[in-house]
Design a protein around this ligand. Structure first.
Ligand code: WT7
Length: 633
């Protein structure tokens, strides 16, 4: 991929010009830097109206050959994955490319022996242990479609995702450690599987050595199965447009969507952007703190890094355990050169001051990255000064589960950076700002709805099992564009600052949640009549979750009830979706047609009660005063 490596501002300009001028030639040249089993016939075909897009059609490849096999000759003994356990006293692992090759091959052969094959969906529900990375790659090796579910989701969420994808196998562990917590994993899977008749294989990796229930015929210990197979597994030839994985994400309506990514385009784009955004060089150590259960973990901890023959660090624990210096200790211990984390982690660590930072040597750091939510200027400055010591460029990377890879971001040390701005689009990415009625805002300086007017290789292909939903969500709102759901501002130099979601999606600690999904969970509580959820600014999490709840029979509610409502949400979605504030209310501000005026609820939750705007269309204008009175501080 050396030709596609941009190292100067001039080269960036040239790449943008070529990509805008002749996108097919541009991407064909980048794709040619990868290993294909057969060449493609068409670089790109597209139609945004029905969202029918294909990249490198006719080409055949296997992404794991590009992630592993192609590095064996000159990097076989180089560390591919460093694994750091939850407990700093635990022995870490250094998995070389050679070892990764055999461990992935063995896991792939176990899957095959269980009858799992190309096109089958496989659900992974595992903590951040090496087997998670290995199992993901093993699926890709045999052409099975992986669907990783973050191990913080509840049994019910897991069951919904397994059933939506029609998964035939679940890969999990016995239990897990996360900070000072020990959590059951297999037991959650067992509970979920009561609702999932389609699953006929469960493979269990050992992590905590806890006794677990094993259903005869269905459940197997991975280490026992691994004894029956060899470690050489040929890479399945995949069509470029064959699905590589499904990853569920929340939207503004209904249940989470299974975002589908394809093999060829995803490989080309994540490989290209990893190298260029982070300016990774041989010998560097890349540390992405995201869990593989999220897109950041898929695209940059795993695929993008391995595609470039990088050394990637996988951390099982949390940044604040056993102390607030844990991340800095890891940076010091492994001479980390690239740190990629979320603003929420930076804000949380800032509250501990500089002492935990100063007791570690951070000289190895070269590049810092952030992702997942807008970074406020204060957090940016702290990261820059105290972690980067004023000498490491910061890349603020804007992208989404649906985009597959980074879309708007600086390239470390190559393009300009501006605090709290994602910056310029990457070559080949054509963002626009739209007015609410869909007009492109053509002046350089503008603020509007962020959309993309041309396809890129790793864009979402469909929402699993429901293509119309994909079209309706992303392509219907503004015909001819992919709509992101974000609002953004552009400065005179063309740099973008992401403002945040303009739909009913909230971003809590860099995790995306639909307000409808949380309301739906709350409404399962037997005493709840109705609820409305909005986001509000939160110092650490970026946004907090504020729930207005109407109880049945005019009940006024108490602390106990509040607690059971939080439990209901935990059971239906997971802890990450628990409201920070629950206000019991006698009614909600509704229009005469029965529509909840969320704008008013947001203003009240934000404490901006002076500017409620026009409330004259409310069915019961008196309700707002009652809500303001009872606001939870
Ligand atoms: C939403 C996508 C893609 C990685 C993790 C999140 C917000 C993401 C930034 C950023 C401001 C950001 C947007 C986007 N977002 N990165 N650098 N600056 N906002 O993926 O869960 O699919 O969420 O996260 O609102 O739409 P996701």
């Amino acid at each position: 991929m050396s030709k596609a490596w941009i190292r100067t501002a001039e080269a960036y300009e040239a790449a943008c010009a070529l990509a805008a001028d002749n996108p097919k030639a541009f991407w064909a040249e980048i794709a040619a830097g990868f290993t294909w089993q057969e060449n493609w016939e068409h670089v790109l075909e597209w139609d945004f109206q029905h969202h029918d897009v294909s990249w490198f059609r006719g080409g055949k490849l296997n992404i794991t050959e590009n992630c592993i096999d192609r590095h064996l000759a000159d990097k076989g003994d180089t560390t591919a994955i460093i694994w750091e356990g939850n407990d700093p006293r635990e022995q870490p692992e250094h998995i070389s490319y050679k070892e990764l090759h055999s461990r992935v091959g063995r896991y792939a052969n176990v899957l095959k022996r269980q009858g799992v094959g190309k096109g089958d969906r496989v659900c992974l529900y595992m903590p951040m242990i090496p087997d998670l990375a290995i199992a993901v790659l093993a699926c890709a090796r045999i052409g099975a479609i992986h669907s990783v579910v973050f191990a913080g989701f509840s049994a019910r969420s897991l069951a919904d995702r397994i059933n939506d994808a029609g998964a035939v196998a679940v890969l999990c562990s016995d239990g897990m450690y996360r900070g000072d917590k020990e959590l059951a994993v297999k037991a959650v899977v067992d509970e979920a599987l009561e609702e999932c008749p389609g699953v006929n294989t469960v493979l269990v990796s050992k992590r905590t050595q806890w006794p677990v229930e094993m259903q005869v015929g269905r459940d197997h210990w991975y280490y026992e199965e691994a004894l029956h197979v060899g470690d050489d597994c040929p890479a399945e030839p995949m069509e470029s447009e064959d699905p590589l994985f499904i990853l569920y994400t929340s939207g503004s309506t209904g249940k989470p969507k299974g975002v589908v990514h394809s093999c060829g385009g995803y490989m080309v784009y994540t490989g290209y952007t990893f190298r260029n955004v982070f300016q990774y060089e041989s010998g560097d150590v890349f540390f992405c703190t995201a869990d593989i259960g999220w897109i950041t973990g898929h695209s940059y901890l795993l695929y993008g890094a391995l595609l470039n023959g990088a050394t990637t660090l996988m951390f099982e624990g949390v940044p604040t355990w056993p102390g607030p210096g844990r991340l800095w200790q890891i940076v010091d211990k492994y001479r980390v050169t690239h740190l990629y984390t979320a603003p929420t982690a930076i804000r949380a660590l800032m509250t501990f001051g500089e002492d935990p930072v100063l007791s570690h040597n951070l000289h190895s750091l070269k590049v810092l990255g952030t992702v997942g939510e807008p970074i406020n200027e204060e957090a940016w400055q702290w990261y820059h000064t105290h972690i980067g010591k004023g000498r490491c460029p910061i890349v603020d990377t804007w992208w989404q589960t649906e985009t597959g890879g980074i879309m708007i971001s600086g390239m470390a040390g190559v393009t300009d950076q501006k605090p709290a701005h994602a910056g310029l689009p990457l070559p080949g990415i054509l963002p626009v700002l739209l007015s609410p009625d869909g007009q492109e805002l053509t002046e350089p300086e503008a603020e509007g709805l962020l959309a993309i007017r041309f396809p890129w290789p790793s864009m979402i292909r469909t929402t699993f099992g429901d293509h119309q939903r994909c079209v309706d969500t992303y392509f219907k709102p503004f015909p001819g564009y992919y709509f992101t759901g974000d609002g953004a501002r552009r400065d005179a130099k063309g740099m973008y600052r992401i403002i945040g979601r303009v739909d009913d999606v909230i971003n809590v600690s860099g995790h995306r949640l639909g307000t409808a999904e949380i309301e739906n969970a709350i409404n399962h509580h037997p005493q709840v009549a109705e609820s409305a959820v909005v986001g509000y600014p939160h110092d650490i999490k970026g946004q907090g979750i504020y729930a207005y709840v109407i109880l049945k029979d005019g009940d006024a509610g108490d602390e106990n009830l509040r607690g059971t409502i939080l439990e209901t949400v935990t059971e239906h979605i997971g802890k990450i979706a628990r409201p920070d504030k629950v206000q019991f209310v006698p009614g909600l501000p509704k229009t005469r047609s029965g529509k909840i005026m969320r704008r008013i609820l947001r203003k009240i939750a934000e404490g901006e009660t002076e500017q409620l705007g026009d409330t004259s269309t409310l069915l019961d204008p008196g309700i707002t005063a009652l809500l303001i009175q009872g606001k939870i501080e």
